[in-house]
Design a protein around this ligand. Structure first.
Ligand code: EPS
Length: 390
């Protein structure tokens, strides 16, 4: 079983992760994890914090001579900004008077969190509610990607909408160009309009949301299960994606658009053997299901989309009420991003990798990478037409 925990406040000393259940013998390095951490820090619309941080996960345990040991992998990502917050975030009680945050931000965890935990300083909630925590998840996701790469899988993401600007997504995406795009968009003309929309939001003291698509290629058939609700892979992906900060909607495959068409047009016709590629049995004419049928991966690419609301911390603060008095007062403003949609793609990839690695270990098992790969290959040898099996 694969499991992980993250810990850490946004302006605390560090983010900490423990991942348990990664098979032994998997090649893994800090440099590999750093690649995705760097990708997450980019994107047009980020705030000044990303100029301070240079995220790198230090491997504290679970790896020896470049390979995993099967023991828990502990990672630590330092918050470089912490030096500016040592008093505010001190572990020990301090003498000086700290300005408490009491001006509640609509759209953030401030109000519900402070009521639930019975605090009188919103900082006790906002530090952990911050999307800074996604750096820890991206580090976990990178470890999971490293494992799934061994099964041939690949993880991609791109921006399909920012504010009211839609990308014209080409049928074949140039993934190199997406990585170069300031908004991680496959449509260069759309990307220019998205950049302009972010500039306009910044000038207006406002924020922007959008839609990001994630794709996973060469996913094995048979991950997840139809037999029970909490084993369905689409449900597990939806939960993981919905847990990303600011996400208000998740779609798989054709998603909501499937409601506007008919069954005859939307289901992915199963093609006969004569039309299969040698490396791909049970080929389909389309992939409207987004790679899952009945809660099980069907061997097609996983395609997911998340809808992100605009960030809740607005430079031009929203009207709000004060925690202490209930009187009208503008919401708290603290340095923040204008738009995190481009960065969210890397978090989508990470959450998909975590869910699929967990499901792959359930299906194929294995204490070592070699054992897992043997189990995977022996299952793959069984999936073709029954009469052609050896
Ligand atoms: C965030 C507020 C900003 C973001 C932060 C998420 O942090 P700060 O208040 O320090 O400027 O930069 O995201 C990150 C630090 C990050 O690494 O993604 C929030 O309120 O959610």
């Amino acid at each position: 079983m694969l499991r992980f925990l993250t810990a850490g406040e946004s302006h605390g000393k560090a983010l900490t992760v423990i991942i348990e259940g990664v098979p032994a013998g998997l090649p893994l390095s800090e440099d590999f994890i750093a690649g995705d951490l760097r990708r997450r820090q980019g994107g047009y619309g980020r705030g000044r914090r990303q100029k301070i941080e240079q995220d790198r996960a230090e491997i504290m345990s679970g790896v020896r001579h470049g390979k995993t040991l099967g023991s828990p992998i502990a990672l630590s990502i330092q918050n470089r900004d912490w030096v500016n917050w040592t008093e505010q975030m001190s572990i020990d009680p301090i003498e000086s008077e700290i300005q408490k945050v009491t001006r509640l931000r609509p759209g953030h965890a401030d109000l519900a969190g402070i009521v639930k935990y019975d605090f009188d300083d919103v900082r006790n909630v906002l530090e952990r509610a911050s999307a800074r925590e996604t750096a820890a998840r991206v580090a976990v996701g990178a470890v999971c990607k490293r494992l799934l790469e061994e099964l041939g899988m690949d993880f991609r993401s791109h921006t399909v909408q920012i504010g009211d600007v839609d990308a014209l997504v080409p049928p074949e995406i140039d993934w190199g160009a997406v990585e170069e795009s300031p908004v991680r968009c496959a449509d260069a003309a759309g990307a220019e309009k998205m950049v302009a929309a972010i500039d306009a939001a910044r000038n207006a003291g406002d924020t922007l949301g959008g839609i990001v698509e994630g794709r996973v290629e060469r996913v094995p058939m048979g991950l997840g299960s139809h037999v029970h609700w909490d084993r369905k892979i689409d449900g597990r992906l939806a939960q993981a994606l919905m847990s990303i900060h600011s996400v208000k909607g998740v779609e798989i495959g054709a998603g909501f658009a499937a409601t506007r068409t008919t069954g005859s047009k939307i289901h992915d016709v199963i093609l006969p053997l004569s039309q299969w590629r040698p490396d791909k049995p049970w080929a389909r004419a389309t992939n409207n299901a987004g790679g899952t049928e009945g809660g099980i991966t069907d061997g097609q690419d996983i395609v997911v989309r998340i809808a992100l609301k605009p960030i809740a911390t607005l430079p031009r603060a929203l009207p709000s009420a004060d925690l202490m008095t209930g009187e009208e007062i503008p919401a708290h403003y603290e340095r923040s991003d204008i738009c995190v949609v481009p960065a969210a793609g890397i978090i989508v990839e990470a959450m998909c990798a975590i869910v699929l690695a967990t499901a792959a270990l359930e299906k194929f098992g294995g204490d070592s990478l070699g054992e897992m790969l043997r189990n995977w290959r022996s299952f793959e040898a069984t999936i073709g037409p029954r009469s052609l099996r050896e």
